[in-house]
Design a protein around this ligand. Structure first.
Ligand SMILES: Nc1ncnc2c1ncn2[C@@H]1O[C@H](COP(=O)(O)OP(=O)(O)OP(=O)(O)O)[C@@H](O)[C@H]1O
Ligand SMILES: [Mg+2]
Length: 241
């Protein structure tokens, strides 16, 4: 995205932000609470129209397009709370994304969905109602849904939020494999610095609606402005790596 601004009344959630995602790698997006991270994901997936600036996928402009159009062009996302269809089976939750986005027939879509569920470790619950599953499994199924539309970029807003240590480690290990397995770039928002530093090849830092730093994990960890942005905030401890 180029020069993107998002205003909510007098509040500037994003202020002239440039952000470029690399294909086939995991980019981390970090920043204190209210930095504009979720707003950026919303803008980059069509859920929020920017007040100013432009969104491109390659050379194609997608500014102002709907979430469905973003998904069809190859940009999908997961949600913090899973947002599954609770009364549909797990496999139909995943298959419906392939049907909706890629117009696969039902049989092909279910085959495709089952393959992803196997990869993600949820094949054993394929026929369970999604609403009955523990939070950690729902998060994985949400990720499977995002993968099912054959995206070239997946945007993940705190996918490990609320997970215990083991579930979190397992999910992050899978996320790291997405670029090579599905030829897909990933944007990962995550508050746990250890996770971000280990999982990402590059990291972008937002504070107060602006991009304040970008670089390798080591560069970002030692950036004076990044450390200042975290000092005094609720995230101070998580920045202490
Ligand atoms: N729909 C909205 N209406 C009004 N203000 C909003 C709206 N969405 C976000 N904001 C405000 O915009 C700013 C950026 O919010 P955003 O959710 O993007 O931050 P974030 O970096 O994702 O924070 P967190 O780490 O807490 O998830 C915040 O001040 C937030 O209160
Ligand atoms: Mg957020």
């Amino acid at each position: 995205m180029e020069g993107v601004g998002v205003r909510f009344g007098r509040l500037s959630a994003l202020d002239g932000v440039d952000l470029k995602l690399r294909p086939n790698s995991v980019t981390g997006l970090i920043g204190p609470n209210g930095a504009g991270k979720t707003t950026a994901v919303n803008v980059l997936t069509g859920f929020q129209k920017p007040t100013s600036g432009k969104i491109f996928l390659g050379s194609q402009e997608l500014t102002g397009h709907t979430p469905e159009e973003f998904a069809r062009q190859g940009v999908t996302r997961s949600f913090q709370s899973g947002r599954l269809f609770s009364k549909l089976s797990v496999i139909d939750n995943v298959a419906s994304a392939a049907i909706g986005i890629r117009r696969l027939g039902r049989t092909k879509a279910r085959e495709h969905a089952y393959g992803i569920l196997e990869w993600i470790g949820c094949a054993d619950v394929a026929s369970a109602f999604a609403g009955t599953l523990p939070h950690g499994v729902q998060q994985r199924v949400g990720l499977a849904r995002a993968i099912a539309g054959f995206p070239s970029f997946i945007l993940l807003d705190e996918p490990a939020a609320g997970l215990g240590r083991t579930d979190c480690d397992g999910l992050i290990a899978l996320i790291q494999k997405i670029p090579s397995k599905f030829e897909c770039g990933v944007l990962l928002i995550e508050h746990n610095m250890t996770v971000i530093m280990n999982a990402c090849s590059s990291i972008v830092v937002f504070a107060g609606g602006r991009r304040i730093a970008e670089g390798t994990p080591a560069e970002v960890a030692h950036d004076a402005e990044v450390r200042r942005a975290y000092l005094g905030s609720a995230n101070e401890q998580t920045m202490a790596i």
